[in-house]
Design a protein around this ligand. Structure first.
Ligand code: ATP
Length: 296
């Protein structure tokens, strides 16, 4: 059970879209699909679900054309849309029963187990649900029929950190069970914890498909150091470290892997304060693109 795209192209009338996408997700693999807002992630996913007809190229799931054989394809897939809307007059359980019925789903044990795991009160009316609660219903709908393929568009948006963890564990279990997962996300942490590879899309074009280890190696730490004196800050700035921002005696230094140079530069200086943070996903992309493009 694999997902494949070959030269998948769709140009909207405004010139935006996706262009010549070729990549695949193997059975038992979790692929993170990353890119800035408007890059084309949801458009790609909608092609996989057979909602859009490509101008050129094709998308297949388990060898079946996603457009021409969408009904067949849907049977194999669990789909979590980026924007979920449920009928307003129902509660969570009624929605799940409706969707289960449409799928001809037999048995509710798995569904009920998911509901318990995500600590969810399914009797809540949809109109009273928060974004995170609706997201949970979407997750149950995608996973409850135990599909071989999972296509998830920003699955943890709206979930609190505890529930994000529950979701990460669920995806890891599904991977273990040989499921094939394509997951779009803005959150590096969940990508890092679940994905084998990442595909990066920008302006509708695939920029890279890389192993997660390669991405991690590109992640830098930002160390913000406030010195007692401007002289010390200036001296450290001249030491050859990558200073990405300065605010008087406070320097933001980017370090990748090797801390020796940083420690040597800071030794003997009077330091007032020091904070360390991991580089943001967006920044990692930019750094990643930058080094890739520079290497060309
Ligand atoms: N039906 C449509 N008609 C015209 N333009 C569209 C249509 N659907 C999407 N677009 C445009 O195509 C581009 C890609 O949109 P898409 O929703 O796929 O991005 P995305 O990567 O999922 O973004 P986000 O992270 O913000 O959800 C955007 O510029 C969007 O405005």
């Amino acid at each position: 059970m694999s997902i494949r795209m070959e030269g998948l192209t769709k140009r909207f009338s405004n010139g935006k879209g996706i262009f010549d996408l070729t990549f695949s997700v193997k059975k038992g693999e979790v692929l993170g699909y990353l890119g800035p807002n408007g890059a084309g992630k949801s458009t790609t996913i909608r092609h996989l679900m057979g909602f859009y007809k490509p101008d050129r190229g094709k998308a297949t799931i388990d060898g079946l054309d996603c457009m021409r054989l969408s009904a067949e394809v849907m049977k194999k897939v669990g789909y979590l849309p980026g924007e979920i809307s449920f009928p307003d007059g129902m509660n969570g359980l009624q929605v799940l029963e409706l969707l289960g019925g449409m799928r001809g789903m037999k048995g509710t044990a798995r569904r009920d187990q998911l509901i318990k795991r995500f600590q969810f009160d399914v009797k809540t009316p949809i109109r009273k649900m928060s974004k995170g609660m609706k997201q949970k219903v979407g997750i149950f709908a995608a996973f409850m029929h135990d599909p071989a393929i999972l296509i998830l568009d920003e699955p943890t948006s709206g979930l609190d950190p505890l529930m994000q963890q529950v979701f990460v564990d669920l995806v890891l279990e599904e991977k273990e069970r040989g499921k094939t997962v394509l997951m779009s996300s803005h959150m590096f942490e969940e990508i890092e914890r679940t994905c084998d590879r990442v595909g990066i899309i920008k302006d509708g074009k695939l920029i890279a498909v890389e192993g997660i280890e390669t991405m991690k190696a590109a992640q830098r730490k930002i160390i913000a150091v406030t010195f007692q004196s401007q002289e010390d800050a200036d001296a450290v700035k001249r030491s050859g470290l990558d200073c990405i921002k300065e605010e008087g005696p406070r320097l933001h230094l980017a370090v990748q892997g090797n801390y020796d140079q940083l420690i040597a530069a800071l030794a003997g200086r009077e330091i007032f304060n020091m904070d360390m943070e991991s580089q943001k996903l967006e920044d990692i992309f930019m750094h990643f693109y930058g080094t890739k493009e520079a290497a060309r």
